[in-house]
Design a binder for this molecule. Structure first.
Ligand code: UDP
Length: 449
């Protein structure tokens, strides 16, 4: 371990130059002094949900089976630990998952680690490198990563039966903390099948300390991990969250119109963090190709600028530049309007929802759009093909040109587009709703206890 790690207690971290929302896990100088006063990790407050309300969408039998499954874990203390309270799929998942575990009698909590911009620049580099991109890991990066994890490990309280650590940001915390009697699970949401060797060589030893690891798909598992420790569990969406609950067509129309969209002209939407792997530039190019054949077409791009993704600001700047003066392209962020209800309205009201990912963890947005019965054109990447059967529930594409061609096809064939959306809805109902995810996780925890 490096010198920077052993000497971290007095570190002062400058406040961020960018605006940050409340509830975020970003460090400021003041927060660091709280930390030095012995404050624990930040808990994320979630609402109350009842598993009973899921019987109507997921089925009575499913809910009863889930309750029976959870009966052995009554009162078990489960901590979910990640790096951000909002922005991106993990935060989206946990916001429903944690209260539903509680509703099943499990004492679940959600906490976030704190980090500063240098830390999150390193972890975004890791994210890219694990997905096969390039990232130059230097000593300063290693030190920033380990020092932040060490600080967070000292703030982590004991007394849990299970700790589920999400993604690479807090990965070393298990080794640094020491364990304290809990069973530890590393839940990796990204594709580590062909990681950049330098980054994986550095990270992989930290996986050894875990009792189990969870990946979305078999193909994501790096070949050098011990398979007996690996479980495969794809994520899921919450059909009752504000992001997904039913909204009338009229309300959706009013919401998109209020944000400037002409509700009587066709609309294509992508909802994604501003991230190169989500290919925002490809979306703009595809849209411009389609518009030549479909005059009046509008494009909406909604993107959270997530707390643990500093690169998002830079990509967002590029997208603003690329679309300047194009009055039929609308950009929304969480600083303007990309919160759950707006995302819900856009996913429902759009003629086609696009998710032109080149690399992807799972791509919850695909399930979200299909659940709403909207036709989807999506990149053949990561977990997207699990959610969408090509030609039945929508289209999978491999290029900008193909994306444009399929979007145009669906715009020209609205009846077929609707049918595909309905088929997608059924596929999501059967496979990607929260109760299935809860069952899978509870089964895993039981197998470890
Ligand atoms: N999301 C959102 N507003 C945005 C962009 C994304 O609420 O402006 C949500 C989106 O609806 C989804 C999650 O963030 O629930 C993104 O998860 P996904 O798995 O698609 O991608 P990730 O960001 O985790 O790579």
């Amino acid at each position: 371990m490096s010198e920077a790690v052993t000497g971290t207690d007095g570190v002062t971290v400058a406040a961020s130059p960018v605006p940050r929302d409340n509830g975020a896990s970003h460090e400021s100088s003041m927060e660091v002094s709280n930390e030095l006063a012995g404050k624990g990790l930040e808990s994320v407050r979630v609402g109350d949900l009842s598993i009973e309300s899921y019987a109507a969408t997921a089925g009575r039998d499913t809910v009863d089976a889930l309750k029976a499954l959870a009966s052995d874990l009554q009162g078990a203390r489960v901590l979910h630990l990640n790096s951000t309270a909002y922005g991106g799929g993990v935060a989206e998942l946990l916001r429903s998952h944690v209260p539903l575990l509680r509703s099943l009698g499990i004492d679940a909590q959600w906490k976030t680690i704190r980090g500063d911009d240098p830390f999150f620049n390193v972890t975004k580099g890791f994210h890219n490198a694990l997905q096969g991109g390039s990232y130059e890991l230097d000593d300063a990066g290693r030190d920033a990563y380990l020092a932040t994890n060490l600080r967070n490990s000292r703030r982590l309280d004991d007394g849990y039966d299970f700790v589920v650590v999400h993604d690479p940001q807090p990965l070393p915390i298990r080794a640094l903390h020491g364990g304290a009697g809990a069973r530890w699970v590393w839940r990796c949401h990204i594709d580590t099948s062909a990681p950049s060797p330098a980054v994986w060589d550095f990270l992989r030893p930290y996986t050894d300390a875990y009792d189990a690891m969870v990946f979305t798909m078999d193909e994501y598992v790096s070949p050098d991990l011990p398979r007996e420790k690996v479980s495969l569990i794809p994520p899921a969406i919450d059909p009752l969250s504000p992001k997904n609950l039913p909204l009338s067509r009229d309300l959706c129309r009013r919401i998109v119109n209020w944000l400037g969209i002409d509700p009587d002209r066709p609309l294509v939407t992508q909802v994604s963090r501003f991230d190169p792997w989500k290919d925002p530039m490809g979306v703009i190019r595809a849209y411009r190709m389609v518009r030549e054949q479909a005059p009046g077409l509008q494009l909406a791009m909604l993107g959270h600028l997530a707390m643990d993704d500093p690169e998002g600001w830079q990509i967002y700047g590029q997208v603003v530049e690329a679309t300047r003066g194009d009055t039929d392209i609308y950009l929304f962020t969480n600083y303007t309007a990309a919160s759950s209800i707006e995302v819900n309205a856009f996913q429902r009201y759009s003629d086609v929802v696009v998710q032109k990912s080149i690399r992807e963890g799972f791509g919850l947005v695909v399930s979200e759009a299909l659940w709403k019965g909207s036709p989807v054109v999506a990149g053949r990447a990561g977990g997207i093909p699990l959610q969408l059967e090509d030609g039945r529930d929508g289209y999978l594409v491999d290029s900008v040109e193909e994306c444009a061609e399929k979007v145009l096809h669906l715009l020209q064939q609205p009846a077929k587009a609707r049918k595909m959306g309905q088929s997608g809805h059924e596929h999501i109902r059967a496979n990607f709703l929260t109760p299935r995810l809860l069952s899978d996780e509870i089964r895993l925890l039981k197998s470890l206890s």
